[in-house]
Write a protein that binds this ligand. Structure first.
Ligand code: ACO
Length: 429
């Protein structure tokens, strides 16, 4: 049954249709508002704005629920792997054996980047941030697939999607090797996706990296848990760019830039830097909690809080458990894990965090796992970007397949100077 809401503006009564999502989320369709009344809506930070209809990921932030294509994240974390989940997110259903084989073969066939791309890596300084390299190289690699801008976005979509998922991992590993001044290690078709990434990161031409199954499993889980998260900052950026009909690689490169910021994907790096700072200062976490509550300190408890979750982030629960399991299995003791647990306990018992419903998010414990895998802190956000690629691709696909899709073009409330005249330079002193 169609329902509407009535609003009164300037003495005029307006009836607006409501939209109900498949999980009962309700929205007011305001698309006729400006035409009918001259008003627009103002929503700083988009906290109340539904920017699209999407069938990919469902989040209930109050209850701490996350589902990809309807399947709870807990089930995928337990039974699936990153590549199967990537297929689910992009194509909307779990693949059968034949579909999975075709997808895996496409990833393997597209793992190597164009040889000429190697020269691009030479131009970056050794201390360049790998997120800058990643976004540049994703864009640069599109130059080697001219059909990306010569044909419609839907032509060759499957091979472009596979190329992006596969090559983002190769580019990431190459950028790490470059930062160390070490020779590049090519992908090995004998390895599966995540094992191949670790191989490209840590093998040497004269010594194969000994792949430990528990390390591969932990990293694969991190990729899977990051694979999509509905309309966050980077995904909205990808959709924004895609809405202009820019190609998949250009849209994903923009997503990498948005992800880089410390309030978004960059938080996993910021968490470890915060924990390290606490450790070095001899604080047991209590002093930091006091600073994080003080708005003038410029500090925040990184890895805590979320725009959508007002409950424990379900990914953080899974990562915390995986973190304990990995460190126990690999016999690793990390003082930062102890500090993180103490901080969490202190925050969850502190009225500031309780009242604001701030809980650990996905970034709070993921860095401890990555440290155990010997992945350097600067690469953490790159790992996030590799994991998020299926989500960006699926959102790109939704825009591309939506025949009603319009270019994203928000309005604004202008608060600058009112009309005034140009003053020639000689009259301005
Ligand atoms: N530490 C201290 N205070 C916080 C924190 C935090 N981590 N997070 C939010 N708050 C405070 C805000 O200052 C605000 O206080 P006020 O009511 O006194 O003004 C209150 O809690 C509510 O803030 P929100 O409206 O929930 O914050 P918002 O939705 O704008 O931002 C964000 C969400 C950016 C994630 C924020 O919680 C934050 O900065 N967290 C730390 C960075 C982080 O971990 N980012 C990763 C997010 S997950 C991801 O992107 C993968």
């Amino acid at each position: 049954m169609k329902t509407t809401v009535r609003i009164g503006i300037d003495g005029k009564d307006l009836e607006l249709p409501t939209v109900v999502g498949s999980e009962g989320e309700r929205a007011i369709d305001i698309s006729s508002l400006r035409k009918e009344t001259g008003y627009i809506t103002l929503d700083d930070g988009y906290g109340n704005t539904g920017s699209c209809r999407s069938a990919i990921t469902f989040i209930d932030g109050e209850k701490g629920i996350l589902r990809y294509r309807g399947i709870p994240i807990e089930q995928l974390a337990e039974h699936s792997n990153f590549i199967e989940t990537a297929y689910l997110i992009i194509y909307g259903h779990l693949p059968n054996r034949a579909e999975l084989r075709v997808f895996s073969d496409l990833l393997t066939d597209n793992a190597t980047i164009h040889e000429a791309m190697r020269h691009h890596f030479e131009g970056f300084p050794a201390d360049a941030h790998p997120m800058a390299i990643l976004s540049s190289m994703i864009n640069a690699s599109s130059c080697f697939s001219p059909e990306l801008w010569q044909t419609s976005n839907s032509d060759h979509f499957e091979s472009h999607a596979a190329k992006l998922i596969s090559q983002v991992r190769t580019i990431a590993a190459f950028s790490y090797r470059k930062s160390l001044g070490r020779p590049i290690i090519y992908p090995n078709p004998a390895y599966k996706y995540t094992a191949n990434f670790l191989h490209m990161m840590f093998s040497e031409p004269y010594r194969e990296y000994p792949l430990k199954p528990e390390f591969v499993k932990a990293l694969d889980l991190i990729f899977l848990l990051h694979a999509d998260h509905e309309q966050n900052c980077s995904t909205s950026t990808v959709r924004m760019v895609a809405s202009s009909q820019a190609n998949l690689f250009a849209s994903a490169a923009a997503g990498v830039c948005a992800l880089w910021g410390p309030l978004h994907g960059g938080a996993n790096q910021a968490v470890i830097e915060m924990l390290e700072q606490i450790r070095q200062s001899g604080d047991d976490g209590r002093r930091f909690i006091v600073a994080a509550k003080d708005k003038t300190s410029g500090k925040k408890l990184m890895g805590f809080g979320h725009r959508v979750y007002r409950n424990y982030d379900p990914r953080a629960k899974i990562i915390k458990k995986a973190c304990d399991e990995l460190l126990a299995a690999a016999n690793i003791s990390d003082p930062l894990l102890d500090i993180a647990k103490r901080l969490e306990e202190a925050a969850l018992n502190d009225s500031y965090f309780v009242e604001r419903r701030l809980y650990p998010n996905v970034d709070f414990y993921s860095g401890i796992i990555m440290r155990a895998l010997r992945i350097p802190t600067q690469m953490f956000t790159v790992i996030f970007a590799i994991g998020r690629m299926p989500g960006w691709i699926a959102n790109f696909k939704e825009i591309m397949e939506d025949t009603q899709s319009r270019i994203y073009r928000p309005r604004q409330v202008y608060v600058g100077p009112t009309a005034n005249d140009y003053v020639p330079l000689e009259q301005r002193d």
